[in-house]
Design a binder for this molecule. Structure first.
Ligand SMILES: [Zn+2]
Ligand SMILES: [Zn+2]
Length: 171
């Protein structure tokens, strides 16, 4: 039996929902991260279409962080410290600047990110006109960052869809 939309009612849709679809893609993008400390990726979506992706690491043309080019990351700075000396860009920052590089507007877009944004990225997200952020893992997500996103009109919610763990293939 087909319903009013012409769909067979008894057929179960096994495809991932949109949140899971974009978040799983973000976890694949993450594999390109070149930071030796942590791997994060962001995917910017507009009208269910990916307009930009980003992963964390050193700026364009600069030697990879894992090759030792970032003194902060390759040093012994405790997690969360020495960030003003870190030359790695965050995934959100790279996804937004990648859009600028190609002249694609991020106004009204949605961002999927494998880790919650930091305060600096939250500011960029607001000013890039991104209206919704869906994050997967949570790490030091400060009340200040949450409040700023809310006041800046960005809906921020934790991912609850199907998680796909992707790892580098064994050498
Ligand atoms: Zn780094
Ligand atoms: Zn950030």
């Amino acid at each position: 039996m087909a319903d009013s939309n012409g769909h067979a009612g008894h057929v179960h849709d096994k495809r991932p929902d949109w949140d899971s679809y974009f978040m799983q893609i973000a976890h694949v993008v993450k594999l390109r991260a070149n930071c030796s400390r942590r791997m994060v990726a962001a995917v910017i979506v507009k009208d269910k279409r990916i307009i930009s992706t980003g992963y964390n690491g050193t700026p364009r043309g600069v030697r990879n962080c894992f090759e030792g080019s970032c003194g902060r990351c390759s040093g012994h700075a405790p997690s969360g410290s020495g960030l003003d000396e870190c030359i790695c860009s965050h995934a959100e920052e790279n996804a937004i600047t990648q859009s600028a590089y190609h002249g694609i507007s991020t106004k009204g877009a949605t961002m999927y990110v494998t880790l919650n944004p930091c305060l600096t990225c939250a500011k960029m997200i607001i000013n890039a006109g991104i209206k919704e952020v869906i994050y997967d893992e949570e790490y030091r997500f400060s009340d200040q960052t949450k409040a700023l996103l809310a006041e800046g009109g960005v809906v921020c919610r934790k991912f609850t869809g199907t998680r796909l763990e992707i790892h580098f293939p064994e050498e």
